[in-house]
Design a protein around this ligand. Sequence first.
Ligand code: PRT
Ligand code: MG
Length: 215
Amino acid sequence: MTNITIALSKGRIFEDTAPFLKAAGIVAQDDPESSRKLIIDTNNPAVRLIMVRASDVPTYVQYGAADLGVAGKDVLLEHGGGGLYQPLDLQIARCRMMVAVPDDFDYESAVFQGARLRVATKYLKTARDHFADKGMHVDLIKLYGSMELAPLVGLADAIVDLVSSGNTLKANHLKAVEEIMPISARLIINQAALKLKRETIQPLLEAFRSAIAAT
Ligand code: PRT
Ligand code: MG
């Protein structure tokens, strides 16, 4: 069996991917939440996990430092997907990419009047495409996190962010006004690895596929 490396991020991606790995007979030997190890062995000596930032997963896989990975569609859209196969939507880590504004902001009127909005986001490409499709002129402000704060302190009129329960928006007196797209995490595979390590990767892919079908 060829050695393979799987890139994951800790938190929901690791937790929601674990059942798929289990279906393929792979169990992590350490818990990334409590362990500080970045390389985690599994019960299968040919398979190891590497723990990276969620937005770095596609980069590790693109360059072949990992053969496979799991990344959100949000992350993949910003990355661009070069060098990657995206054969499976795992339907995990689901949420929605939304436009949100302060509770008292009349977004519809602002759009109707052609106001030039300032929009803060971590998702520049996705936001740019969305507003371009709507024919709206916006000034995008790149942030790396806690987008919800931006409208509260006058940095932006609106944000583009992921929403799952909606609790974060509510706690910050924001409301979602537009859904850009539903988001879920995908299995990604380095294109060269799929060819060179097909005997190892293909059964894994099949196990993941059956696990999706079973849920
Ligand atoms: O945390 P870090 O900066 O390292 O990176 P990350 O935030 O990208 O990683 P992580 O592990 O938090 O998220 C990994 C992936 O999970 C994302 O790329 C998404 O595809 C997916 N996902 C699913 C989410 C959410 N749901 C989600 N709710 N990612 C982030 N959130 C955040 C959101 O940005 C907002 O701040 O949770 C907050 C809103 O949640 P609710 O429940 O209050 O609506
Ligand atoms: Mg996070």
